[in-house]
Design a binder for this molecule. Structure first.
Ligand SMILES: *[C@@H]1O[C@H](CO)[C@@H](O)[C@H](O)[C@H]1NC(C)=O
Ligand SMILES: *[C@@H]1O[C@H](CO)[C@@H](O)[C@H](O)[C@H]1NC(C)=O
Length: 313
């Protein structure tokens, strides 16, 4: 048994040394990738990812938990609760977020990030287990890729901190709940895309979020937006939306306005009849809280954000 144990000890020793070498190397690589500014955040994400790459290429199977929990890191003041090198577009069906996704897909090569589409969903409420699995899946992708990432998915607001994970920076796009174009579509039989507001989306994964005209849901949506969604775009204000996004996140959105100009149909003057007054009034009542929320989001987008140009003027 003796010699055999000697060999084993030696092997473990070698693996440990190899591991330390890999760790040291991966730390150095990350700095190159991200530059100095973002060193703190990226090292935390990066080390783990590089280790798993190195490991698999050397066919060494070692289970190691090198990622401290968010609570540990937060306690040490290292990790912000939101990762600003990862942006997640939570798509609201029928609100036009595909446009944002298209722009991100066009920009990824140019701005050196990667866009990842999550498997399709229905923007419905997820069980606790589904939420946890999704959070873990996204967290693990972020670690493996170790470069700036953007995601999009049909997911309502997902509370990463409830699972002790660092959240991505959430962004989204909404539209006017009384937009006549939505009703037009509905009349034409495309009910899958019907858009009737966004409170429930931003309120999150609680059944109470789906109640219509609920004050509780509205307040919760506002709280989540203030805390987790630095920018929410407005479909009818695409130029302003992209301007704000370029200002906030040039790492991802630099050049977005140009791309949008190319994508924009040349003749945007789609004929849509305005809503009849009576219909608008009735709908306005049914969707009262949604209209209130939309106005709040709109004024937030238009006012909250000092652009560089405006500051200089
Ligand atoms: C998200 O999770 C944190 C931590 O568990 C909790 O304090 C917060 O209330 C949650 N927010 C929502 C909207 O669920
Ligand atoms: C755009 O619209 C104008 C008038 O509405 C029309 O004359 C023109 O042919 C259209 N151009 C294209 C490319 O469809």
């Amino acid at each position: 048994m003796r010699p055999c144990r000697g060999v084993l000890t030696g092997l473990i020793g070698c693996l440990t040394v190899a591991f330390i070498v890999f760790s040291a190397r991966s730390g150095a690589d990350d700095e190159d990738l991200f530059g100095k500014e973002s060193k703190d955040t990226t090292n935390i994400i990066g080390d783990d990812a590089y280790q798993s790459y190195e490991m698999s290429s050397n066919k060494i199977q070692i289970q190691r938990h090198v990622t401290p929990s968010l609570a540990e890191l937060g306690g040490r003041g290292i990790l912000p609760e939101m990762n600003d090198h990862v942006v997640m577009v939570t798509r609201i069906p029928g609100a036009g977020a595909e446009l944002l996704v298209l722009i991100l897909q066009r920009l990824q090569g140019h701005n050196a990030f990667k866009h990842i589409r999550l498997p399709p969903g229905d923007d419905g409420i997820l069980t606790n287990l589904q939420q946890e699995l999704l959070v873990e899946e996204i967290t693990s992708i972020i670690r493996q890729e170790a470069i700036p990432l953007t995601f999009d998915g049909d997911v309502r607001f997902l509370n990463f901190s409830a699972f002790d994970r660092q959240a991505p920076t959430f962004i989204s796009l909404v539209r006017d709940p009384l937009d006549p174009r939505t009703l037009e579509r509905f009349r034409n039989g495309d009910s899958s895309m019907i858009y009737s507001g966004s409170i429930s989306h931003f309120c999150g994964q609680d059944t109470r979020c789906t109640q219509r005209n609920s004050k509780w849901a509205l307040e919760r949506a506002k709280v989540n937006v203030k805390r987790w969604y630095p920018v929410i775009g407005i479909l009818d204000e695409m130029d302003k939306t992209l301007e704000v996004l370029e200002n906030f996140y040039p790492e991802f959105f630099e050049g977005a306005k140009l791309v949008y100009k190319e994508l924009k149909p040349k003749n945007i003057t789609q004929e849509t009849r305005p809503l009849k007054k009576s219909i608008k009034k009735r709908l306005g009542k049914v969707l009262a809280k949604e209209v209130e929320f939309y106005q709040w989001l709109k004024s937030r987008l238009l006012n909250e954000t000092p652009s560089k140009e405006r500051q200089n003027n």
